[in-house]
Design a protein around this ligand. Structure first.
Ligand SMILES: [Zn+2]
Length: 424
């Protein structure tokens, strides 16, 4: 046991000398395993502030316990009498041990195990499975995320995507910034709200200490975003060399909202005429992509399309908008877009007219998509879906900090500390 332990860990200056089995109170089976740690002969304690080897001042008479990954379902602890060392610069301080950070009572191995599983399961389940507490799982994830953020590189990022999500029953916004380069797609930054200040904060942090002295935002070539004014304005100011593209996913979202608004208005009109039953349960029929409809939904949609209703016309216009993205030539795509806008205006449906106005105001940025060689906005949409899942998973566990940690942990592609052996 000791030999397996010593060969899967590499604690410089220390060695496990004894594995103690603590029996359960009823005598049936083992309650926990304790590996007793000792400093190697002549090895000195390390000052936690400067990393120097220092002479021992004294040794604690109370042992400290550190949680280690469990074995055969049995909790495992490292046990050690901490030394105090006297550093010429920092005075008498408690030594730094290689298996844990600062005052942590979880070993780095345990932190990695908990954090890895916390990416796959909700944190309470992780805590239950590993016989620990929710708070310790949260601490483990936070440690791993802090390490990852400290050790990541922000150099040479060429494409970013900007997105926002509503959370906490719709009253709050988070702005999320992603790197969406072909070779590297990850969450870069999270900020509260979706204002100009939010974006300014991002660029401030993003441009901190660039390796070659040139602000990183000036190296960005493509920015994919929604047509939200504060975003467009700050992107223009900071990314002087970039083409801002309004992505397909967000345009579709606005168009869907217009169709849904039309449907709502029509329901209240039909209600006043006593005919609203036609549209009961129609929301998803009209908003889903037609190829995603279920077997029971498809005939219902067909029936609905037989009525001469405003929302049906809006739906058909929504479906025909998709053709815009299939053009190879930007010229013909633009011609199609113009034609589509004229047609949509003729429908005299107010929400659609608003949509057309928005499209016309931002046409240049929409057309940039063709110049970008069709930068995949599916990436932002994919992230958006994953973010929603994480929000749902972390919701109820309280703080915004927890949510942000969880988002970085799940989507940040952060690197982890190297350990001699991976326990999971
Ligand atoms: Zn020191």
């Amino acid at each position: 046991m000791i030999s397996i332990f010593n060969s899967t860990t590499d604690y410089k200056g220390f060695v496990a000398t004894n594995c103690e089995k603590i029996r359960k109170k009823d005598g049936k089976g083992i309650q926990e395993l304790r590996f007793w740690m000792r400093p190697r002969k002549n090895s000195q304690g390390i000052c936690p502030h400067c990393g120097r080897s220092c002479s021992t001042y004294d040794t604690s008479r109370v042992e400290r316990f550190f949680e280690f990954p469990m074995l055969w379902g049995i909790p495992v602890f490292l046990v050690y009498f901490m030394r105090r060392v006297s550093c010429t610069e920092h005075g008498v301080v408690t030594e730094k041990v290689p298996w844990a950070e600062g005052k942590e009572t979880q070993t780095k191995e345990q932190v990695q195990v908990l954090a890895t599983w916390a990416r796959r399961m909700d944190w309470s389940s992780v805590a239950k499975y590993f016989q620990t507490t929710y708070g310790k799982v949260a601490r483990a994830v936070r440690q791993i995320v802090e390490y990852g953020l400290k050790h990541r590189s922000l150099e040479d990022i060429e494409s970013i995507g900007v997105d926002e999500i509503q959370y906490s029953s719709g009253h709050k916004y988070l702005t999320l910034i992603y790197q969406i380069d072909g070779s590297n797609k990850r969450l870069l930054w999270i900020g509260k709200d979706r204002t100009e200040q939010t974006m300014e904060r991002f660029f401030d942090e993003f441009n901190k200490e660039p390796a070659d002295g040139i602000p990183r935002s000036e190296k960005i070539q493509w920015v994919c975003s929604d047509m939200w004014k504060p975003y467009l304005k700050t992107i223009k100011e900071h990314c002087g060399n970039a083409l801002n593209i309004l992505d397909r996913f967000h345009i579709k979202k606005h168009l869907n909202e217009a169709v849904d608004q039309t449907r709502k208005e029509e329901i209240s009109r039909l209600r006043s005429e006593g005919k609203e039953a036609v549209l009961t349960g129609s929301k998803w029929l009209l908003l889903k992509n037609s190829e995603n409809l279920s077997e029971t939904q498809a005939p219902k949609l067909k029936e609905l399309l037989g009525y001469n209703l405003r929302c049906v016309r809006a739906y058909l216009l929504k479906e025909s908008f998709d053709r815009f993205w299939t053009y190879k030539s930007a010229y013909w795509a633009e011609r199609y877009l113009d034609k589509w806008c004229t047609q949509a205006l003729k429908s005299r449906i107010t929400p659609l007219k608003k949509f057309v106005k928005m499209i016309r105001n931002h046409k240049e940025l929409i057309m940039n998509w063709f110049a970008s060689k069709r930068l995949s906005s599916g990436v932002v949409e994919g992230f958006n879906n994953k973010v929603k899942l994480t929000v749902r998973k972390s919701y109820g566990f309280g703080s915004d900090e927890t949510l942000q940690t969880d988002l970085f942990h799940t989507l940040g592609k952060l690197s982890e500390p190297d350990l001699t052996h991976r326990f999971c």
